[in-house]
Structure formats: C-alpha cells, structure tokens
Design a protein around this ligand. Structure first.
Ligand code: ATP
Length: 286
C-alpha cells in the first residue's frame, strides 16, 4: 500500500459524516445528517435535550450502528474499527464522575488513557508517566498529579478527563458537554485550556447546551433539531438569529431557557434556538 503523502493527509477532514441515519430502538434518532469538520476547525454542536447530539458523537466514534450513510475519521470508515487511527482521536464523554468509586490519583487516571486493545501495559514506565504529566500540565493540574480524584471538584475532574483524552496527543478532540454542572471559575479554566489546544491546531467538536464561556473558542456552530441539522454556519449567524427573539415572540421560542434579558441588544449564543426561516434560507443550513 502506498503511504499517504503529507499534503494528502492534511486535506483529509478529521470528521466526515455523510447522509447518516441512526435508528435506536424503533426511533429514528439521526436523520440524514451531514457534517464535515476540517483540520483545525472548532465546531460547537448545539441542540435541545434529546435532539441527538450525544448520539451523533457516539456515531462518529463508531460506537453505534449506522442505518444508512457513512462516517469517516481521517478518511477511515468507522465501521471498520481496526483501520481507524484511534491514537489521533480523543474523546471526553459526558461527565461520568472521574472517580467512580475507584481510588486513583489524577496521574493514574490520565495514564489509563494510554491503554488500548493490544497494549495492556502502555500506561507503565517512565515515558508513560512523563506523557501523563505533560497532559496534566496542559490542563493546568500538574501540581495535583498525586492527589486522589475523589477530592477533585467537578471542574477539576472534567480537566482530568480532558488530560486523559490528550495523553496520546490526538489531533481531534470530541467533548460531550464539558461545561455541564461545573462552576464558573472551572468553566473559565476549561475555556482557557481549550483555547490553548485550539491554538496548537487541534480540531475540536464540542457538544454544548449553550456556548457560555466557550464562545471565543468556537468558530462554527451546528444545531441539531430532532435528529436533523437545522443550522450549520459561523457562530455569528446563529447569534444574530437568537438576538431576534423579541421580534419573533416567545411562541416561536418554546425551547428557550436562556437567561439574557429580552429586549437587550446584546446578541446571546445559547442552546438550540428555534431557527427562523430567514436563517435557514440565508445559506446557514446545508
Ligand atoms: N440506546 C437508546 N435506545 C433508544 N433511544 C435512545 C438511546 N439512546 C438515546 N436515545 C434517544 O435518542 C434521543 C437523542 O438522545 P441524545 O442523548 O443523543 O440527545 P442529546 O441531544 O445529546 O440530549 P441531551 O442534551 O439531553 O444530552 C433521545 O430521545 C434519547 O432518548
């Protein structure tokens, strides 16, 4: 097999979701979803509860059966798991409690990110330790390496999970609701961490309920609505749409839980707004 050349590698999108439908139980959860994320992009995946965000992320990772369409990670079909370069992909699941009753230090949790099928001892040795310390340093927790994760706050736990995802130096990071349930200071620390990763060229796909502190880290937003892509475009276009709430009236915004004062001229970027026809037609929807 001819090795892929560097320019060809660079032009292959980290994520390519083409016309993907997913059925779980007897329900169509994803309906003909298209999503291409190019190298170095930072994309927020927004949508109301149950719109299919986590399902899409798990589908991208090849964890759920695809009814139709195809998902490629770095050009490799995810249904053929053995061919996918998983070391180039990091995943931070929806917070599952980093401690989970297991007495482990932050360093041990992060080292466990080096384990993979066929490499049962990859977390051992000096190099593994060094890599784990570097990953903890990237989330500003190197000084807490020997602390037990049971005593960590929600935000610190989230950063440990990010460090675990970073320990294999991935080029693509998928994060499922990293801001959920953590205090403001931790959210700001996370935003700083992700901004730093983005500056290093990492590709980011982040599931969010609202952009909040991550607004500056995101350049493009994709909104799911009942399993379909309802919007895909620059975050500014979505902010503009949301700022029109007052003109539209709340009967069009029955999914709105945002906190900004209506009547404010400040555009706010939140979770899945009910999109207006104008934005759908303005080229935001693909
Ligand atoms: N294994 C499953 N079997 C059947 N239905 C499922 C399964 N997993 C998820 N669903 C359903 O799929 C829909 C989408 O769920 P998903 O978790 O992807 O939504 P989400 O947008 O991530 O929501 P949230 O913001 O609440 O996390 C929901 O209606 C959910 O109940």
């Amino acid at each position: 097999m001819t090795p892929t050349s560097a320019p060809a590698r660079a032009s292959i999108p980290p994520i390519e979701v083409a016309d993907v439908s997913v059925v779980l139980g007897s329900s169509l959860i994803l309906d003909a979803v298209d999503l291409t994320v190019r190298g170095g992009e930072s994309v927020a995946l927004l949508g109301a509860n149950g719109s299919g965000k986590s399902t899409l992320v798990k589908t991208i990772l090849g964890l759920l059966p695809i009814r139709s369409g195809a998902v490629h990670l770095f050009g490799h079909d995810v249904t053929d798991r053995r061919t996918v370069p998983w070391e180039r992909v990091g995943y931070v699941p929806q917070r599952v409690g980093v401690a989970s009753g297991v007495p482990a230090t932050a360093l041990e949790v992060v080292r466990s990110g080096l384990l993979s099928p066929g490499h049962p001892f990859a977390d051992r040795g000096r190099t593994a330790r060094q890599r784990a310390l570097e990953a903890l340093d990237a989330v500003d927790l190197a000084d807490r390496a020997q602390d037990h994760v049971q005593i960590f706050s929600g935000g610190q736990s989230q950063r440990v999970l990010i460090a675990r995802a970073l320990v294999r130096s991935p080029e693509l990071l998928l994060l499922d609701e990293p801001l959920a349930g953590i205090d403001r200071a931790s959210r700001e620390a996370l935003a700083t961490t992700l901004a730093g990763l983005r500056a290093q060229g990492l590709t980011l796909l982040t599931v969010l309920h609202e952009m909040g502190e991550l607004a500056d880290v995101v350049e493009r937003t994709v909104v799911l609505d009942e399993g379909r892509v309802a919007f895909d475009g620059p975050k500014q276009a979505l902010a503009h749409d949301h700022a029109r709430h007052d003109e539209l009236g709340h009967d069009r915004l029955d999914d709105c839980e945002h906190e900004h004062a209506h009547g404010s001229t400040e555009p706010a970027i939140h979770h899945a707004p009910v999109l207006t026809t104008s934005v759908r037609q303005a080229g935001g929807v693909k």
